[in-house]
Design a binder for this molecule. Structure first.
Ligand SMILES: Cc1ncc(COP(=O)(O)O)c(C=O)c1O
Length: 597
């Protein structure tokens, strides 16, 4: 025991406490603990030899110094954990535990405690639908059967309901569509069936399919004489750059081949130019499939240089200020405003007990302005990932709608005028590829197909169209959508259907107002009524600028027909059992089975 400044302290305890704290702070980088231990060992040996100081004394001094450094680090760690998106903390473990199980046909129709009468009604409805589809979609079904043997990604997107139901549903219904042609918002499959498309081609279709045919035709006319010469910088590229500078409010432009690649480039540039490694994203936001930017679902390599924080929380802003010296950039996907902190309420995640709140989150604009201020004050790069929202919300994307200027903006999807593209816009200092003082320190962000002449020409056709049209068609579309949502909701309510529509600009969604284990069946009836959805089902839907009042009316009629079929089939009958409990038991049994198998 040693006396320091009148305080008794056990140097060993100090050292132990500091060691534990050091390990906690550096859990993700344990190797950095070793040099600290090494420094203590060397200094204590030197102090003992030359100053006659005991190991205990040197441990206490060293521990005290370490504590001065560790306390702020611990505070940062605790605040960060409190601000972290909960799924980002537990996903690693949840993904190991959550079992995949199947509900067999004998339990399928009664999994919500339904009576035999309702179960028979459901079975009959499924059988009828299946028989109808076998004739109606014969070629599509054959085609997708072949494709599924050879394409894992087709198999991945064909399970469209709560996973436990996939086996039974898959044995009756295959919603795969093989396309013959598009005509306005109508898609015709190889069996000759015509459906109104509300999938929006993953967000690419902003202008309407006919417009993209025009852009591609115009682009081809301009590009065909150039052939495959890559690395060219012609007048079209220059014109695109000058238009994109105006739209983004930034000096420089860099071309890539997909949205994911644009995000990779933006993040790499931000890290390289700020010489910081950490990047912040917000829970539920999608920034492409690159594992370096997927901190939760969809990726087994959880990155340790991404902080996934809670959106629209003051504590998240505190983390930015506290850890500014480590954080290179914050990424925003403004689409988050619609499904804040949540994956879209797709039919896959609709287990019957979840009612995700859908709709524009109030206060989002104010939050973005606060975030802008905190980033500016702390030297953090604010990246707007406008791959989805750019040109969809407004000709200037979310920057235009929310009146916020980001430091780097990524675009993609519709900007290619119908061809694949990714674009990064930013200031010179943040997009720099070379260090002015160090010859070998370069930021290698470049790609073979960057600035492909055909892509550049189609992009040019799109950008010229955008310049000519301005905001007028957007305003008309938003007003049409508002009327459509109001009128459809009122009709569905009157008929007692448990569905409500919500929209945010041209993005819209269907949410369910009553519990059911079978809401996902709705997407199959929508298909049957002539409505084409993407694989995420009713959670994320899109309109394009070419829809007219008569088209919205037609769609409304088809939605109501699908609602009626759902009701007639007994799928929306009030559950007789506590479905939360049922799912809990099913999951528990699944975990147990996994453990013993
Ligand atoms: C916001 C956002 N960022 C990035 C991407 C990835 O784009 P891509 O699919 O072109 O790689 C997407 C795709 O949906 C997106 O919505």
């Amino acid at each position: 025991m040693t006396d320091y400044f009148g305080m008794e302290s056990r140097s060993n305890h100090i050292l132990t406490a500091c060691t534990v704290a050091t390990v906690m702070v550096h859990l993700d980088r344990l190797e950095s603990v070793l040099p600290i231990a090494g420094v203590w060992f060397v200094t204590s040996t030197v102090a003992e030899k030359f100053l006659g100081m005991s190991h205990g004394d040197s441990a206490a001094i060293f521990g005290g110094l370490l504590a001065m450094k560790l306390v702020p680090m611990l505070v940062k760690r605790v605040v960060t954990i409190a601000a972290t998106f909960p799924l980002a903390l537990i996903f690693k473990y949840v993904s190991q535990i959550l079992p995949k199980y199947t509900i067999d046909e004998s339990n399928f129709y009664i999994c919500d405690g339904a009576t035999t009468e309702i179960a028979n009604k459901r079975k009959q409805a499924l059988l009828e639908l299946s028989e109808r589809w076998a004739k109606k979609y014969k070629k599509c079904i054959d085609f997708s059967g072949e494709l599924k043997k050879m394409m894992s990604d087709v198999r991945f997107i064909s399970g469209r309901c709560f996973f436990a139901f996939n086996d039974v549903v898959g044995s009756y219904l295959d919603p795969s569509m093989a396309l013959e042609k598009t005509d306005r918002m109508n898609v015709t499959d190889i069996d000759g069936n015509v459906a109104m498309d509300i999938s929006g081609s993953y967000g690419v279709n902003v202008c309407g399919y006919e417009k993209y045919k025009d852009f591609i035709e115009e682009g081809w006319q301009t590009a065909k004489s150039k052939g495959l010469f890559l690395g060219s910088l012609d007048s079209i590229v220059l014109d695109n750059i000058s238009r994109l500078r105006k739209i983004s409010g930034q000096d420089e432009v860099s071309f890539h081949m997909s949205g994911t690649e644009a995000v990779m480039a933006a993040v790499r540039c931000a890290r390289w130019n700020t010489k910081k490694r950490m990047v912040v994203t917000f829970g539920g936001a999608y920034h492409g499939w690159w594992d370096g930017m997927q901190p939760v679902v969809g990726n087994d390599r959880i990155p340790n240089d991404v902080l996934c924080l809670k959106d629209m929380k003051q504590l998240s802003l505190t983390v930015l200020a506290l850890r500014a010296s480590e954080i290179a950039a914050v990424l925003i996907n403004p689409l988050q405003c619609f499904h804040l902190n949540q994956a879209p309420p797709s039919d896959i995640v609709l287990s019957g007990t979840t009612f995700p709140a859908v709709g524009e989150t109030p206060g989002y604009k104010e939050w973005l302005h606060q975030l802008r201020k905190v980033c500016t004050e702390n030297g953090i790069v604010l990246i707007f990932d406008e791959v989805y929202t750019g040109f969809r919300l407004h000709p200037r994307g979310a920057q235009g709608v929310y009146d916020v200027q980001a430091d780097i903006i990524t675009y993609g999807k519709t900007l290619g005028g119908g061809l694949p593209v990714g674009v990064v816009c930013g200031p010179k200092n943040l997009l720099a590829r070379g260090d002015p003082k160090k010859a070998s320190r370069v930021n290698y962000v470049i790609g073979t197909f960057a600035g492909h002449p055909f892509v550049m020409s189609c992009m040019n056709a799109f950008l010229k169209w955008l310049d000519k049209e301005g905001t007028k068609p957007y305003d008309a579309m938003h007003s049409n959508i508002e009327n459509f949502i109001k009128s459809t909701n009122s009709k569905m309510k009157k008929s007692g259907y448990p569905v409500e529509l919500a929209s945010w600009y041209s993005v819209w969604s269907m949410k369910y107002t009553r519990a059911s284990r079978f809401h996902w069946m709705f997407q199959y009836y929508l298909r049957d009524a002539g409505v084409n959805l993407s694989w995420v089902g009713t959670g994320r839907l899109l309109f394009s600028l070419d829809w007219q009042k008569a088209d919205y009316d037609e769609l409304q009629g088809r939605i109501l027909t699908a609602c009626e079929s759902m009701s007639q089939g007994g799928w929306w009958e009030e559950p007789k059992a506590n479905i939360k409990q049922k799912i809990g038991v099913e999951m528990g049994c699944g975990v147990f089975k996994n453990l013993i198998s």
